[in-house]
Design a protein around this ligand. Structure first.
Ligand SMILES: Nc1ncnc2c1ncn2[C@@H]1O[C@H](COP(=O)(O)OP(=O)(O)OP(=O)(O)O)[C@@H](O)[C@H]1O
Ligand SMILES: [Mg+2]
Length: 247
């Protein structure tokens, strides 16, 4: 059997911010290609810090990070949609390509595809203020997809949305993941969302942030709506909840 190189490895990663806050202590993880892994934990436990370190937006104070980026590309979806208010949907999606020096005319097909993939055809010329929260989040996802990532890091992308929109976007995200075989690292507060989406859920504890449990969600994909009401699903959610309550 040919073993693929893992996409992400963190070895004994700790992070102390300049003000002395110890955000992470001895975080170890290995994420394989095409895995969907969620990080759950209470506010302030260091989820975003882990994601930012993986993205290279922050450096570990000790320990090291190994990323399989030779032939693989990484994109980041931020917690708030973080769109440019003065730019329409197309221009917002074009931004990462523009920053990479791709002329607009060469990017048009990619922009169109990314917008279509998140179901926003017809809204290309709308400005962020003319979109709902869920639509803004889709634009933000399209902006990550336009870069044709292999590894997608998502920091609470659906945190600000109502349950119905969130659950629709969860289904769409799984469809896209199924088509593209991305490696996804997904940060959320929401245990139910984490269980529904993931191959594995990493549970983080607080003060300082560390991983307290690594739980395989063995239910096969595609996961239908009935998974959300199954005993199996409830069992996973309860077990994660217990890990979160243990201090
Ligand atoms: N730039 C920074 N400087 C100093 N401390 C920071 C900085 N960023 C984060 N922290 C601290 O590090 C800890 C972890 O923060 P982090 O943002 O990673 O948590 P989180 O799990 O993502 O929280 P949330 O769920 O609220 O987004 C917190 O105590 C936070 O106050
Ligand atoms: Mg965060």
């Amino acid at each position: 059997m040919i073993e693929n190189t893992p996409d992400i490895i963190l070895n004994h990663v700790s992070k102390v911010y300049a003000n002395g806050t110890v955000a992470l202590e001895d975080v170890n993880l290995v994420i394989q290609q095409s895995e969907f892994v969620s990080l759950v934990g209470a506010s302030g436990c260091g989820k975003s810090t882990v994601l930012r370190i993986i993205a290279g937006l922050g450096t570990p104070s000790s320990g090291n990070v190994e990323l399989n980026l030779k032939e693989r590309k990484l994109s980041f979806v931020f917690q708030d949609a973080a769109l440019m208010p003065w730019a329409n949907v197309s221009e917002n999606v074009y931004l990462p390509l523009k920053l990479a020096g791709v002329p607009k005319k060469d990017a048009l097909v990619q922009i169109k595809q990314a917008i279509a993939r998140v179901g926003l055809e017809g809204f290309e010329n709308n400005y962020p203020r003319q979109l709902s929260g869920g639509m803004k989040m889709r634009v933000s996802i399209a902006r990550a997809l336009v870069q044709k990532p292999d590894i997608l890091l998502m920091d609470e992308p659906f945190g600000a949305l109502d349950e119905i929109t969130r659950s629709n976007l969860n289904t769409e995200l799984l469809d896209l993941w199924h088509q593209h075989h991305w490696t996804v690292v997904f940060v959320t507060h929401n245990i139910y969302e984490a269980v529904y989406l993931s191959n594995r859920v990493l549970v983080m504890g607080n003060s300082p942030g560390h991983i307290v449990a690594d739980i395989n969600i063995d239910t096969p994909y595609p996961r239908s709506e009935s998974f959300r009401t199954s005993t199996e699903y409830n069992k996973y959610c309860r077990s994660i909840n217990e890990y979160l309550r243990v201090k």
